[in-house]
Design a protein around this ligand. Structure first.
Ligand SMILES: CC(=O)N[C@H]1[C@@H](OP(=O)(O)OP(=O)(O)OC[C@H]2O[C@@H](n3ccc(=O)[nH]c3=O)[C@H](O)[C@@H]2O)O[C@H](CO)[C@@H](O)[C@@H]1O
Ligand SMILES: C=C(OP(=O)(O)O)C(=O)O
Length: 429
């Protein structure tokens, strides 16, 4: 098992290039199953374990997939089977999104139940209810969800109970091949939804309003594969913004869309951090005495839950009392116990964390409890006294490309070692 060892206290300097977005590329790769003709060359694809797992699923479903140099080419024109098995679905929730394309194209799908994930129970009733409105029926057979529709799905008017990102994506994909017009209300407005709609439209689809709470999709009979460049990863960018702020270092991020990060940027500005924007680059100018703040996670354009743990890492070092309220996932505070082990002062009251900034975090052995917590603990390690050892890196690898190498190139004292590597001396604080 690998671990990352960080020695805190180094200043960072220089620039880092942000990868293509994990949360945009996963639904886009799933949507590449929609066209009956042509292939899609998807570029700016990050090399992540989630992408590898998803391409394995696409291949298993019968698509021809080639990968290399930041590009994934998918050709689903030779036909697909419609069975997504447990071993792949259980690794990644985004596999649930194949329901929409398979039902849209073939009128049937069999998908293993995804199972609960550590950050919350993550049900999918919004996906199912929406697809039912479009004419699909579902049954649960031996732990699999089987979906079926007689003929094409039919356009429908659907109002989500909550602006679920995954449900919005699933329904857009299904509606793209449905008969007639689908009107989706109270949908997610994340930039990743806009990117999906842009790709579907470039394949000949007709999706209007993505990025707002009301999306109208006019179904077409057929889509044709098309090239698409994935948007930059706003969560990776946000994570490096916090790396600059927590180490009080000026660093530049390249390949960033600042408009996708307004909630985080404005919170950091309130705290005293400054940003200098230049085309698709941004330089973070840290503040010596940051102010505490209050954060509440919300659907986009609110503060992203995927930045909650990284923000918590920063707030543990900011003098005064801050709060973070998590409203999206009911169990996304598992990292609190790990931060506490690093001398952070955090108390929990229901879904709110009360954080009192300490003078010094202490390096400790900690374990990544989910993807963003992995990054957040490494960020805390950059600011802590002594060594921090972070384990359970399979979470980190789902969403960050070469995270320790990028930090190391910025000047952090950080390395990734395998337990098997006996040449490395044990770490003592
Ligand atoms: C691959 C991907 O893009 N993942 C992102 C996506 O996940 P994902 O698409 O799973 O997130 P959703 O927006 O669907 O879920 C948000 C909340 O709604 C609940 N819910 C969702 C669907 C449903 O049918 N019923 C229901 O109750 C979930 O349990 C959760 O509490 O959006 C989340 C919220 O911004 C991000 O944290 C994830 O990084
Ligand atoms: C929660 C996340 O992803 P997923 O929905 O793939 O688990 C995330 O990217 O932080």
């Amino acid at each position: 098992m690998d671990k990352i060892i960080v020695k805190g206290g180094q200043k960072l300097t220089g620039s880092v290039t942000i990868e293509g977005s994990k949360n945009a590329v996963l639904p886009i790769l799933v949507a590449s199953l929609l066209p009956e003709k042509g292939k899609s060359d998807i570029t700016n694809v990050p090399e992540l374990s989630d992408v590898e797992n998803l391409t394995s699923l696409l291949k298993l479903l019968g698509a021809e997939v080639e990968t290399g140099n930041g590009m994934v080419s998918v050709d689903a024109s030779k036909g697909l089977n419609h069975n997504a098995p447990y071993d792949l679905v259980s690794k990644m929730r985004a596999s649930m999104l194949v329901m929409g394309p398979l039902l849209g194209r073939y009128g049937k799908c069999t998908i293993a139940m995804p199972g609960g994930c550590a950050i919350g129970s993550r049900p999918i009733e919004q996906h199912i209810k929406g697809l039912e409105k479009m004419g699909a029926s579902f049954s649960n057979v031996d732990g699999n969800i089987e979906g079926y529709t007689d003929g094409r799905l039919k356009g429908a008017r659907i109002n989500l109970d909550f602006p679920s990102v995954g449900a919005t994506q699933n329904l857009i994909m299904a509606a793209s091949l449905a008969e007639g017009v689908t009107r989706l209300e109270n949908v997610a407005m994340e930039p990743e939804i806009e990117d999906l709609a842009k790709y579907i439209n470039s394949m000949g689809g007709n999706v209007k309003g993505a990025g707002t709470s009301h999306i109208v999709i006019e179904g077409v009979e057929e889509l044709k594969g098309a090239p698409h460049e994935v948007i930059p990863d706003r969560i990776e960018a946000g994570t490096f913004m916090i790396a600059g702020a927590i180490t009080k270092s000026e660093i530049t991020l390249k390949n960033v869309v600042l408009d996708h990060l307004t909630a985080l940027v404005s919170k950091l500005e309130d705290m005293g951090v400054k940003f200098v924007e230049d085309e698709n680059e941004v330089t973070i100018i840290p503040a010596d005495n940051m102010k505490p703040t209050n954060v509440k996670t919300m659907p986009h354009p609110g503060f992203p839950t995927d930045m909650q743990s990284q923000m918590m890492a920063l707030l543990t070092t900011v003098k005064g009392t801050s709060t973070i309220t998590e409203t999206i996932f009911e169990n996304r505070f598992m990292h609190v116990a790990e931060f506490t082990g690093m001398n952070a002062d955090i108390s929990l009251e229901e879904n709110t964390a009360l954080i009192k900034g300490v003078d010094n975090l202490q390096g400790a052995r900690v374990k990544a409890t989910d993807l963003r917590a992995a990054a957040a603990l490494i960020l805390a390690g950059l600011a802590a006294d002594g060594y921090t050892v972070v384990t359970e890196l399979r979470h980190l690898d789902r969403g960050y490309v070469d995270f320790h190498e990028k930090l190391s190139r910025l000047g952090a004292d950080i390395e990734r070692v395998s337990d098997q590597d006996k040449t490395k001396a044990p770490v003592t604080n």
